[in-house]
Structures are given as structure tokens and as C-alpha cells.
Design a protein around this ligand. Structure first.
Ligand SMILES: [Zn+2]
Length: 130
């Protein structure tokens, strides 16, 4: 394992902290989305334009929840890789992923070079990665 025990410890703590924050965010997003669909935003709205705006708001909330849940899953996958010892290695080329990259994005599964190739091959414009 190329990462030191201290580095792994730091990343493990970062994963757990981020995971906790994300779950709290998802919970409050879902609660807010629920309030908005039945509350004042979408409540006594009769104008079709206002109704469209209310739907738009819940779409945005949904996108946010979807994005948060995706990150939760990535962190849980990272946690599993920590457990089985494959954490920190590129899923494509098998080389080590730089600690600095993992520090910023604990869910990273590829080294910078493979990530670049991957993004070129499967363009994901909505997913900026370091
Ligand atoms: Zn790679």
C-alpha cells in the first residue's frame, strides 16, 4: 500500500465526515421538497406560470438529492475499497492515485490520466473532477 497509515486515516475520516454531512443534506432536502410541494410554494397557486415555477423548484431539489445520493454511494464504495485494500489504486491502470487527488475527492476511482481519458471517451459535462 503506497499510502501511509496516517494518510489512509485522514482519508477515512474525511469519508466518514463527508458521508455524515451528505446524509443530513439529503434528509433536509427531502424534507424541504416535501414542504414545498404541499406548502406555500405549490400551495394556492392558480396561475399556470407560477405552477410551472413550483414544479421547477422541486425538479432542482430532486437533482440536488440525486447528486448527493450519488456522492453517498461513491463514498460507500470508497469505504468498501478501504476495507478490501484496493483503495487508492486506479481502477483502469492499477497505478496509485495521488494522495492529493484522494484528499480532494475520496471517491476517485481513477488516476488523473485515466480520468482524463475516461472523460474524453464518455463525456460527462455535469461531472467536473479534479
Ligand atoms: Zn490510471
Amino acid at each position: 500500500m503506497a499510502l501511509t497509515a496516517e494518510q489512509l486515516d485522514e482519508l477515512r475520516r474525511a469519508i466518514e465526515a463527508r458521508h455524515t454531512v451528505l446524509l443530513a443534506e439529503v434528509h433536509s432536502d427531502v424534507a424541504r421538497a416535501r414542504d414545498e410541494s404541499y406548502g406555500e410554494v405549490a400551495g394556492p397557486v392558480t396561475d399556470p406560470a407560477d405552477r410551472a415555477a413550483a414544479y421547477l423548484i422541486s425538479d432542482v431539489d430532486q437533482a440536488e438529492v440525486t447528486r448527493d445520493l450519488l456522492e453517498v454511494r461513491e463514498l460507500e464504495a470508497a469505504r468498501a475499497r478501504l476495507a478490501d485494500g484496493s483503495f487508492g489504486y486506479c481502477a483502469d491502470c492499477g497505478l496509485e492515485i495521488a494522495f492529493e487527488r484522494l484528499r480532494v475527492n475520496q471517491g476517485a476511482t481513477r488516476c488523473v490520466d485515466c480520468q482524463r481519458v475516461h472523460e474524453k471517451t464518455y463525456a460527462h459535462p455535469a461531472e467536473p473532477r479534479l
